[in-house]
Design a protein around this ligand. Structure first.
Ligand SMILES: [Ca+2]
Length: 299
């Protein structure tokens, strides 16, 4: 009896063995087919993703001590978040003069990152402190602090939720009340590869625009290890929030030649959109100038 049982078990396992590789092969083939069909779609998308260049409409002064991590335009003023330990601030800035008209200094152990405004509150995030600071827009009074996991890089809003980058290729959709992630958007380039190092963000007419940290470097050392970057200097990605696909690139190469070679962290890192006036402003970390630009198809 025991012998028959052993033979039964052996045959059963042999049958399973036969089956397992087959199902693996099937799934590999299916995966390959999927990849092929995805490639076909990608190739088509590749042809259709436009690259835009810029025209400078106006040039304004920008505080070269501001290590810009977040930038928005709200009700006639720029609002800016600056980073670095010991130097992190929240600012209200007069556009015409570049003067800081209101400032809140964060604790020295906080490295501030992006900021945005939603429903009368300012949301400012931090790099590795895991804390979002929420202020009253009208007087910079700190209302509350909310915790989150992972790093904070850039933040914007679609008018309902917060949209946050963390240096990976994911944008988190965040509930502004709880700061919990309600979904994540994987961001893919036209070639199907993930677009890593999404940094300062801005919601512009239904799209998410993202500065890419050190977009000029093909490989970048980050906390996530060696990640492929796009190898195009000062590029902004235009992202469809629903699909996560890059739907356009904005090439801002040479927009600020006097700033680009000062030091390696002197990168483009601020996009602000004035919806009322349909104006786009850009600046960078410690840049001396802030530019109002118009974009137009390249070439
Ligand atoms: Ca912004």
């Amino acid at each position: 009896m025991r012998l028959y049982f052993t033979i039964f078990i052996f045959l059963f396992l042999a049958a399973c063995d036969d089956k397992m590789p087959n199902s693996n092969v099937n799934s590999i083939v299916a995966g390959k087919n999927n990849t092929n069909s995805a490639n076909a779609t990608i190739a088509k998308t590749n042809e259709n993703v436009p690259v835009y260049t810029y025209e400078i409409v106006n040039t304004f002064r920008h505080d070269s001590d501001a290590f810009t991590q977040g930038l928005i335009f709200n009700n006639g003023f720029l609002y800016e978040s600056t980073g670095q330990f010991g130097d992190s601030t929240l600012r209200k800035v007069d556009l015409q003069s570049g003067k800081v008209v209101q400032k809140y200094k964060l604790k020295d152990d906080v490295f501030a990152e992006g900021m945005t405004v939603l429903n009368g509150s300012i949301y400012q995030i931090s790099w590795r402190n895991g804390v979002a600071f929420i202020y009253d827009l009208s007087n910079f009074k700190l209302l509350k602090e909310l915790k989150y996991t992972g790093e904070g890089w850039g933040i914007t809003t679609d008018g309902t939720n917060l949209l946050m980058s963390d240096g990976t290729y994911f944008i988190k959709v965040i509930d502004p009340e709880t700061f919990k992630t309600v979904r994540t958007i994987p961001v893919l380039q036209e070639n199907g590869k993930p677009l890593y190092l999404l940094n300062e963000l801005e919601y512009v007419k239904g799209e998410i625009w993202a500065n890419i940290w050190h977009s000029e470097e093909k490989q970048t050392d980050t906390t996530q290890g060696q990640l492929p970057n796009i190898g195009k200097p000062n590029y902004i990605a235009r992202i469809n929030p629903e699909s996560g696909r890059v739907v356009g690139w904005i090439d801002l190469a040479n927009i600020s030649p006097e700033d680009s070679e000062d030091e390696s962290e002197n990168t483009l890192n601020g996009i602000a959109y004035d919806a009322g006036g349909d104006r786009i402003f850009v600046t960078g970390k410690n840049w001396k100038k802030l530019f109002e630009i118009k974009i137009k198809p390249k070439g």
